[in-house]
Design a protein around this ligand. Structure first.
Ligand SMILES: N[C@@H](CCC(=O)N[C@@H](CS)C(=O)NCC(=O)O)C(=O)O
Length: 288
């Protein structure tokens, strides 16, 4: 498979370029990210929502530089370098401690940066049951919705499954999540009026759904208002959430220019990507 992914444009553009420039000064908390990466965007949204001070460093994870692998042996972004003041006793002398896996990093940041007014409220609810329930639906997003996004985007006519099947799978995952959302009277988010980690978890792929419309015949195929029959209610609730997330400031601020995504996602749409996510999707395996 080609190594084309190492040729990705090396910097964020648009709003994300402004945000990256604002966070370019050295700081002990470092987000190593790739502007195109939705997993990185999860972490970047949490840093932005909570007004956490950090440094953003753009890297190309496909190049697997030895210094990067030393921080994260999985060789994936996001990777978070954690200040030694937060890892007391756990590190060797002078060794940078890192965390990775987007949802774990997001939860770490939410937990570590709390209690001060400037960080705002936690992105997870206060009761154990509600917190666990949010994590349950974050797991649904990561294990059901995100894989079906790539399965649909990477569909080509040679595949053993039909485009419509992939589309149906994405719809099914989205509808199951949407049925768990609070009544819309209280607000658009998963928990109604409070923006939580569940919203963060899906936001980057919601922001990229238009790429499926751009590249695949029939696109996402979400029913328009009045076209969903018995499912009108669930799709109405979905549209409300989607519209709100697409206008959320932290989502907009962490996004690059649309045309740059078109270029980067072409290798997914043509199924030529050599990324680990792309390879796993091709083999029908669990995503890395
Ligand atoms: N499960 C990981 C997935 C992260 C991931 O796949 N990141 C991609 C960029 S979008 C990456 O670093 N890919 C490098 C590669 O495929 O070699 C997470 O949630 O952080």
């Amino acid at each position: 498979m080609s190594t084309i992914d190492t040729s990705i444009d090396p910097k964020p553009t648009g709003s994300a370029a402004i945000l990256a420039a604002e966070h370019s000064a050295p700081h002990p908390l470092i987000l190593y990210g790739g502007w195109f990466c939705p997993f990185v965007q999860r972490t970047w949204i949490v840093l932005t929502e909570k007004c956490i001070p950090y440094q953003y460093i753009e890297i190309n994870p496909y190049k697997k530089a030895p210094e990067f692998i030393a921080l994260n042996p999985r060789g994936l972004v996001p990777t978070l370098a954690v200040p030694s003041s937060q890892t007391s006793g756990s590190s060797g002398e002078g060794q940078t401690q890192a965390l990775y896996e987007s949802n774990i990093v997001c939860e770490y940041l939410d937990e570590e940066y709390r209690g001060e007014v400037k960080f705002g409220p936690s992105l997870l609810p206060g009761t154990s049951y509600e917190r666990a329930r949010c994590k349950l639906w974050m797991d649904h997003i990561s294990s059901k919705i995100v894989p079906s996004f790539y399965k649909l985007l990477q569909h080509t006519p040679e595949k053993a499954y039909l485009l419509d099947e992939a589309r149906e799978q994405l719809h099914a995952g989205i509808k199951t999540l949407t049925r768990e959302m609070k009544e819309e009277e209280s607000g658009p988010w998963f928990l109604g009026d409070t923006f939580t980690m569940v919203d963060v978890c899906l936001a980057p792929w919601a922001k990229r759904l238009w790429l499926i419309d751009h590249y695949k015949p029939g696109g996402c195929g979400f029913p328009e208002k009045g076209e969903a029959g018995e499912e009108e209610e669930v799709w109405r609730r979905w549209r409300l959430w989607l519209d709100a997330i697409l206008h959320r400031e932290s989502v907009l601020k962490t996004s690059s220019s649309d045309e740059m995504y078109i270029d980067v996602y072409r290798r997914y749409a043509e199924d030529t990507t050599s990324s680990l996510v792309g390879q796993a999707t091709r083999k029908g395996e669990r995503l890395p």
